[in-house]
Design a binder for this molecule. Structure first.
Ligand SMILES: Cc1cc2nc3c(=O)[nH]c(=O)nc-3n(C[C@H](O)[C@H](O)[C@H](O)COP(=O)(O)O)c2cc1C
Length: 341
């Protein structure tokens, strides 16, 4: 199955939920939450796309980088590339329901393993979504990461224990889900967390802990203080709050401030391998992929997910050769390959 066929299938199957625009930039789907878009005018999604686009690569071919290394280690796991699958839930109300949440979780967890990497699974107002994600991780002998909504502390800790029992590699909270429309629709209480809340939650587990949805240096520092192992610099695909900064425009400052103390992941608008290279050069240790994985699963199921990841990997490899970036483990030295408009 090739990527063209996968996208063609996804377009037919997602109907009015996603038309797979030539450029997936948040314009056509503005306001479609639930759906595939960004909240309100779609401004945060669009900015994530535009700010990443504004960054350009300095092409360099006078060097000896002929076979760059993509492999890296994260949370004690060896990955074929610094590319993971973002947590995504709500196949019915976000994607049109061609696949169930159970199928989506299996496709992503297993598709990621096929590509030598790891998928995160998410949490939403429908309690079934988290459970089927956990079941998928369990079936895959724990090879997955569970990201829980910012519910009451006791509810989060309950779900951390469920993830531990499933053998998950790591756990976390998408802290920016504090005011999500999709949670409100199900009447599920979520909200912001204090530093003490975060400390309580993190100290409840021995698993590596990820805080997803950080966009400022001060909050990145709080995550370090609370004892988190990683943050995801992310605006949740623009789905929580309109008019936020783009991950690409805040990542460098955050990485400079806390990059030595905590693992930094980033996501938002990664559509090709060169976008991964941009985030690495801005200071990320790894990136998460959101919407393109949905197309992979809807259009080609587990194999479709693998094809999307393998395509990103080969584009990243090519981009590293043509910019002289030798090894993703040296990404802290990649800044010279970037040009910002
Ligand atoms: C349909 C949809 C559902 C999502 N569900 C979740 C979720 O349950 N938990 C979560 O942490 N993030 C969720 N996200 C956000 C993604 O994890 C990720 O941050 C975002 O999609 C990255 O941007 P991209 O789609 O442009 O790659 C969702 C995003 C979309 C598009």
């Amino acid at each position: 199955m090739d990527i063209k066929e996968i996208k063609k299938n996804a377009k037919e199957r997602m109907k009015e939920f996603c038309i797979l625009c030539p450029e997936c930039n948040g314009r056509w789907c503005a306001g479609k939450v639930p759906g595939m878009g960004g909240a309100v005018s779609g401004g945060s999604f669009q900015r994530a796309f535009e700010k990443l686009k504004e960054i350009k690569i300095a092409m360099r071919t006078l060097h000896n980088v002929t076979n760059p290394n993509l492999e890296c280690n994260l949370f004690g796991e060896k990955l074929s590339a610094p590319i993971l699958i973002a947590p995504i839930t709500g196949t019915k109300f976000n994607m049109g329901g061609y696949i169930t949440d159970e199928q989506y979780s299996n496709d992503t967890v297993l598709g990621a393993i096929d590509a030598g990497t790891i998928s995160m699974i998410g949490d939403t107002g429908d309690p079934n979504c988290f459970q089927v994600g956990i079941d998928a991780i369990k079936k895959a002998n724990g090879k997955g990461i569970a990201i829980i909504k910012p519910r009451e502390n006791s509810e989060i800790i309950k779900r951390i224990k469920i993830a531990e029992e499933a053998g998950a590699i790591a756990v976390g909270v998408d802290i920016d889900g504090a005011g999500l429309i999709t949670m409100k629709l199900f009447g599920q209480p979520v909200g912001p967390k204090s530093l003490d809340d975060l400390k309580t939650i993190i100290s409840s587990t021995k698993l590596p802990f990820i805080v997803k949805g950080i966009l400022t240096v001060d909050e990145a520092r709080l995550c370090v203080e609370a004892g988190a192992d990683a943050i995801v610099v992310s605006n949740h695909g623009g789905r929580c709050l309109n008019e936020t900064f783009a991950p690409a425009e805040v990542l460098k400052d955050i990485a400079e401030a806390v990059g030595k103390d905590i693992k930094i992941l980033a996501d938002g608008a990664v559509r090709e391998g060169i976008d991964v290279l941009k985030y690495l050069a801005l200071g990320a240790d790894a990136v998460l992929i959101g919407r393109p994985i949905i197309w992979g699963s809807v259009g080609g199921r587990q194999e479709g997910v693998k094809v999307i990841l393998e395509t990103l990997k080969s584009q990243l490899y090519q981009g590293m050769i043509l910019s002289g970036a030798d090894d993703v483990k040296h990404s802290k030295n990649f800044s010279r390959i970037l040009v910002t408009k």
